[in-house]
Design a protein around this ligand. Structure first.
Ligand SMILES: *[C@@H]1O[C@H](CO)[C@@H](O)[C@H](O)[C@H]1NC(C)=O
Ligand SMILES: *[C@@H]1O[C@H](CO)[C@@H](O)[C@H](O)[C@H]1NC(C)=O
Ligand SMILES: *[C@@H]1O[C@H](CO)[C@@H](O)[C@H](O)[C@H]1NC(C)=O
Ligand SMILES: *[C@@H]1O[C@H](CO)[C@@H](O)[C@H](O)[C@H]1NC(C)=O
Ligand SMILES: *[C@@H]1O[C@H](CO)[C@@H](O)[C@H](O)[C@H]1NC(C)=O
Length: 457
């Protein structure tokens, strides 16, 4: 009897070793991609794809696209970029925002790729990542690994960056920046702070962390929605009367129309009527009603068709059978106003303000920019939390120029070794680089090139 038991546990132990080993064996892989379906000829830039295993047993396999700078890859910054969501795949950023190619669909709804004239990979090495598991091609080997949260996402990202640099030692010395858009504004400041603290503890590898970049960031799960009200007033979507009556009756809370106070409720009802059919991502663009069966609000389906074909997945060296359907944005993970935790994700960081505040005491540079037509997370709210950081103004609000025209406005805050540049891009919506690519790259390039404490523009 005892022998049998011993035997059983030995077998279990062996099985465990085999499973753990199989994780380790598959945990890292990388391939250089020379051609992509939809792109004519060989790629004109260096694309690597691969998986990095993170978590205790490397059970979470994160897929990435890494593009080396086409300018000076040895010295240019290394940007770790997380698309929005959570749950937006790396291809959103790669094809539609700042990647080396941009995608369009032809008459057959087939994807075609062309070089992106305003690619950020002309000035930086960029890692585009699918994070967490369930996003793009990233997956988990365990049930638990499919479940994530804001806090967990930051841990996965930190683990990923360290392992990526260990696997790519030649990029350890490049200035490292963490970047993200929209929802990821909740998480990027925490990742950045974690990396600074990792260096302070002397953890290996030492990271050349320099700062962070946020586009249209989400920062506070109440204030960013509340600031839409002020934004609506500034942009003539509501009248002075509506504005003043809500200010008088609503005690600063313009989010809930179910107010106990009936005066407030009626003011907010008028506000709601004026703005409910406004396109929040760009107030000047047409509104698309998701509930209207006649309207087709999702015109990116050609990317999903492309990414779900075998030939594309083989070209990208995607492991077969690990994810079901590839989605541009995983709607189960994606956050919406009022959405609570789901079975697979906990939106557990309410505000990232305290991380921004802690970073303001470090040797750190931050660039925060918003489109001035964006009502999703209006610049009004962004400006408010930045002001609350209470860092001195080094260069007051003034225009920046692109081709002799005002591209937008910027303010630089600085104290000791910290600086934060806040910019609005004129005419841009929520996806700033999609709507104003030229202004966006000009802004970021000048920010990279400017030395600390020198206002050269
Ligand atoms: C999708 O719609 C947007 C906004 O209406 C438009 O700017 C874009 O060109 C469209 N994309 C395609 C591939 O049709
Ligand atoms: C384009 O789409 C059509 C119809 O879906 C398909 O038969 C064809 O193979 C596609 N062409 C390419 C080059 O992928
Ligand atoms: C490329 O590198 C040169 C020299 O370092 C620099 O002057 C130039 O601004 C860089 N180009 C871009 C697009 O960043
Ligand atoms: C979306 O993410 C969840 C959580 O990880 C996962 O269970 C699900 O399979 C994902 N959906 C798709 C279509 O990949
Ligand atoms: C989310 O949770 C709050 C508080 O428990 C509840 O009042 C609200 O109805 C929930 N919202 C959704 C969409 O389930």
């Amino acid at each position: 009897m005892r022998m049998v038991l011993k035997h059983k546990s030995l077998i279990l132990w062996l099985a465990y070793v085999l499973i753990v080993q199989s994780y380790l064996l598959i945990s890292h892989s990388k391939s250089i991609i020379k051609r992509l379906p939809g792109y004519h000829g060989d790629l004109h830039f260096k694309l690597e794809t691969g998986y990095v295993g993170v978590g205790d047993k490397e059970e979470v396999q994160l897929f990435y696209y890494f593009v080396e700078s086409t300018n000076n890859s040895e010295e240019d910054p290394l940007i770790f970029y997380i698309p929005g969501g959570p749950g937006a795949s790396a291809l959103v950023t790669f094809f539609l925002e700042i990647g080396p190619v941009s995608s369009t669909s032809d008459d057959n709804n087939n994807l075609t790729l062309a070089l992106n004239q305003y690619a950020w990979t002309q000035m930086a090495n960029i890692i585009f990542i699918d994070i967490p598991a369930g996003t793009g091609f990233s997956y988990s080997e365990t049930k638990q690994g499919w479940i994530s949260s804001d806090t967990n996402l930051a841990i996965l990202a930190t683990d990923f960056i360290k392992k990526f640099l260990t696997e790519h030692p030649k990029f350890k010395k490049n200035p490292l920046y963490i970047a993200g858009i929209s929802y990821i504004g909740i998480i990027v400041p925490k990742i950045t702070l974690d990396l600074y603290e990792s260096n302070e503890r002397g953890d290996q590898p030492t990271l050349n962390i320099q700062g962070y970049i946020l586009c249209s960031p989400f920062t506070n799960k109440f204030e960013d929605f509340n600031s839409r009200f002020k934004y609506a007033h500034r942009n003539a979507l509501i009248s002075d009367d509506i504005y003043m009556s809500a200010i008088k009756n609503c005690q600063g809370n313009f989010v809930s129309t179910y107010s106990a106070n009936s005066f407030c409720a009626s003011s907010l009802q008028m506000y709601e009527e004026c703005t409910s059919r406004i396109n929040l991502d760009n107030i000047l663009e047409p509104f698309c009603d998701e509930n209207d069966p006649i309207q087709d609000c999702d015109n990116d389906s050609y990317i999903e068709t492309w990414a779900n074909t075998d030939i594309v997945q083989q070209a990208l060296h995607v492991r077969q059978g690990k994810v079901g359907k590839w989605e541009l944005i995983n709607q189960t993970l994606h956050y919406n106003q009022g959405k609570n935790d789901t079975f697979c994700y906990s939106y557990d960081i309410f505000s990232s303000y305290s991380y921004h505040k802690k970073l303001s005491t470090k040797n750190c540079r931050a660039l925060i920019f918003s489109g001035d037509q964006d009502m999703t997370f209006p610049y009004v709210g962004v400006e408010e939390w930045i002001t609350a950081l209470n860092v001195g103004v080094e260069v007051p609000w003034k225009p920046f120029y692109v081709d002799g025209q005002v591209g937008g406005y910027q303010t630089k805050y600085a104290e000791n070794e910290y600086s934060l540049t806040f910019a609005t891009v004129k005419g841009a919506g929520h996806l700033v680089p999609l709507t104003k690519p030229k202004e966006s790259i000009a802004l970021v390039q000048r920010w990279f090139n400017s030395q600390p404490y020198v206002s050269d523009y």
